[in-house]
Design a protein around this ligand. Sequence first.
Ligand code: HEM
Length: 456
Amino acid sequence: MLKIFSNSTKRESTPCYAAPKGDWLLGHFTTYAQNPLHFLSRCAQEYGDIVPLRFLSESVLFLNHPECIEEAFSRQNRTFMRKGKIFQSSVKSLLGNGLFLSEGKFYQQQRTFAQPAFHKQAIAAYGRVMIDETNAVINTWQNGQVRDVYQDYITITRSIIAQTMFGVSLESEFVEAFTEALDATMNHFKILNEELIVMPDWLPTPSNLRYRKIMQRVDKCIYDLLQQYQNSEQSQGNFLDMFLQARTEGHSVTIQQLRDEIINIFLAGHETTAIALTWISSLLSQHPDVEAKLFEEVQTVLQGRIPTVSDLAQLSYTEAVVLETLRIYPPVWIMVRTALEDTEILGHPVPKGMDVIACQWTAHRNPRFFPKPDIFNPERWMDGLAKQLPIGAYFPFSLGGRVCLGKAFGMMELVLVLATIVQKFQLKLIPDHSVEPFLSLTLRPKYGMKMMLSHR
Ligand code: HEM
């Protein structure tokens, strides 16, 4: 698949990679924007491991070989620490300088402050909350009811993150303001990604003014939450406490930074898991044999009682269902990084400022590593595949120095929530429901997921 041509005008060691033909002015932009997944899949299948693309005047490298992905995101992760320009301009107003976007020493310090909230022991203590919050929602479900389970999963994962990371239950004002801000941000990202229209934030356009108002509402809710929390004076050892403690110890942690960290962890910690649960339910409904096997494992291991963290090791098929869903529908489908200095990736020069792309959607469909990649087959994970794969072949949680901070938390949550639901309900997609991803910062289900609930 690797296509290397010699080029007499360059150093012999500089390989030149083939790319699809682009428009002289717009480059590959129009074809990409029409259908990003289709375009990137075609590039991966027909042009191979590194595909040089151009979006207007911006040159971008699409990395599609595990070695190249590992090189940029792991081995050279300091050079490629900055998230791409589209990410920066679409989510900066919402996420500020929190963990998701920050860089350099400031970032390293934030990650160090946050880390203890994600240690194995800390996470194990969250198991009970995960199950209780799931039960709080599914105990309202009724036999024969049709529900948009995506909305229910958002409610579950949102409550879990608020309880475990900030020790609070969410006020409806916060939920409303945040949902509005997030939807606006997702649409903004989608427009930037597909139209490359960069309207400066400071312009008083109607949409910028509307967005500013939404953001002010979100900020007020977060500052209220913070005030309440600081007044309560109870340290619970959660994520928020880690930053408050650092502040007490004299580290410079401003109120603005606390605001940014709260919104970052809130967004990163619930949107992705809710999406994953939705795609799991959809795939299970379309594969009754897998669903039956999953139910059998849950029954055998749990014998009707609620799951606990110590059951996780035995719920191996449940975990395989989760891994296979994250392969087919990765909640984060694309990652972009900007080179902070001149460098090269496996011989291909990457000048300072150039963006590189890795796409989970295409990488996870590489038949070299996943035979019959379009088939939903959890069995493929049962013999230790996760440990055998090159690290750049499967990366739903990213890889390298900026790997998802909530990877272990998220995996545990998905397995526990799934086992709790499967034990009590069977979910079937309603016949006319259109199952389609909405490509934004994440891979949301475009029309939610309307499913019929049957009590076991
Ligand atoms: C299925 C669940 C999840 C998936 C698929 C997922 C995926 C990812 C990915 C791909 C990234 C890197 C994005 C990029 O660099 O552009 C990321 C970053 C991050 N995730 Fe997750 N995530 C999940 C759950 C969680 C949870 C539950 C939390 C917190 C409780 C969390 C917290 C974070 C944070 C803080 C970052 C930024 C890390 C950094 O830059 O150092 N994630 N996640």
